[in-house]
Design a protein around this ligand. Structure first.
Ligand code: SF4
Length: 193
């Protein structure tokens, strides 16, 4: 992965109702609300927990380790990056400790609205925080959810490990790529009908 160069995906501007959101304490930590990035009309909606670092010290756009590992996995899986939009459970980047359950609850309606508006064909959720937020009444984790299809707001959804977990434990890369192939296969088949 050392020679892999990730693409800086175009960030989508936050809608006016969210740009000034003060619903949780992250409003005091953030630089801006990060609504999402990539193709805003993409058929696949990738959901992560929260935005990572977006700019380097000089303020230049920067691809954090999470998004770099995601794109690397996509390349390995033959998954076209133009088919995805990437967004987050939390639309503000935390920079210090915060109350996670309260923030996730506060931000959830932004995600619900976003999914209603975008109507993606597939959702691909990454990491336990995502699984547990979407299925709070189940004893859910990535290990038990990956490899099969689930439903979120009427959208077919698959799950995999968080890219940072994959980065820290390279042994997970083969599962991550297999999960990306599952999603790429399904979206290619849906789009070719
Ligand atoms: S994390 Fe979500 S709920 Fe909290 S301030 Fe940001 S946009 Fe609002």
């Amino acid at each position: 992965m050392a020679d892999f160069k990730a693409e800086i995906l175009q960030e989508e501007a936050s809608p006016p109702h969210a740009a000034q959101c003060q619903r949780c304490e992250l409003s005091k930590q953030r630089q801006r609300v990060i609504w999402g990035e990539g193709n805003p009309h993409a058929p696949v909606f990738i959901l992560l927990d929260n935005p990572g670092l977006r700019e380097d010290k000089e303020g230049n756009a920067f691809v954090c380790g999470t998004r770099e590992t995601l794109q690397y996995g996509m390349r390995e899986a033959g998954f076209d990056v133009n088919l995805v939009y990437v967004s987050y459970l939390l639309k503000c980047r935390p920079i210090r400790a915060y109350n996670k359950p309260l923030a996730r609850e506060a931000c959830f309606s932004h995600l619900q609205l976003q999914l209603e508006e975008k109507k993606p064909l597939l959702l691909f959720g990454l990491g336990n925080a995502v699984v547990q937020s979407l299925f709070p009444d189940q004893d859910a984790d990535v290990k038990s959810f990956r490899g099969t299809w689930h439903t979120v707001q009427g959208i077919s959804a698959a799950f995999s490990y968080h890219p940072l977990a994959v980065r820290r434990r390279p042994v997970l890369m083969k599962y991550f790529v297999a999960d990306l192939k599952l999603v790429a296969g399904k979206i290619n088949s849906l789009l070719s009908r």
